[in-house]
Design a protein around this ligand. Sequence first.
Ligand code: PAF
Length: 287
Amino acid sequence: MRKDSPKIIHKVAELQKFALNARAKGKSIGLVPTMGALHDGHISLVLRSAKDNDICIVSIFVNPIQFGKNEDFDKYPRRLKIDAELCGAAGASVIFAPSASDMYPVPIQTLVRNFELEGLYCGAYRTGHFSGVLSVVAKLFNISLPKIAYFGEKDYQQLFLIKKMVFDLNFPVKIVGMPTIREKSGLARSSRNEYMTAEEREQAAAIYAGLKAARQKFENGTVSCAELKKIVKKYIENAGGKIQYVEIAKDSDLLSIKSAKITEPSVILVACFFGKTRLIDHIIIAD
Ligand code: PAF
């Protein structure tokens, strides 16, 4: 695994040429797509990608087409120099940091959409978000030609949709999902955690505590969706959080459970606000 400074490439055409050459020489490429402001969660992906592949590319691009009008595109943290150092220390060979005008020289007219799932859960509150994500990930795959791409399980719906896109459209890319990295308190690591005050950050630990309490209740025999959702809501609201949604979906297809009871492996998905910061998390519940 290399530990020296990664090469920083800004241009789409340059990275594509680099990737084509590398693949022609039989080198395997691992891709870690990110929007930067890297934390331990991202670094776990870089470490794994560098271990598995000859070349590890980390893309750092705050993708405008996945942000809604009133979302945090402008304030999303950007710090390429620090991120590049972290990636280098974790074994990345190349950082791909394109400008928006290079990624989208003219407005994009071709989007990848998942008609079944894009409007559910986070998609119900973030119109166009998932088509923005899928489209940029498809572009990143075509530009960097990875054999394997690595994503965090924290963005559970995103990961599910990416796997489905790869399956439906026959991308020759293996998708590896890596476990959520958490703070000591249980709060899932996210670049958006830094928007919160120290107090909000402490309170937000209630999200995972609520999810764990619901899972425990399920393991003790409660299979009522309403009961389990109530537990998660109570934890979050008691800590001062504001619920956006708590839903339970089947883990097999991520569709909502139609019956009132859980009868197969499922996932509890939650989005909520602490202060102005929107946070998401999930937990798998299965026998
Ligand atoms: O999870 C993220 O950081 C982004 O949604 C991704 C996958 C890099 C696409 O912009």
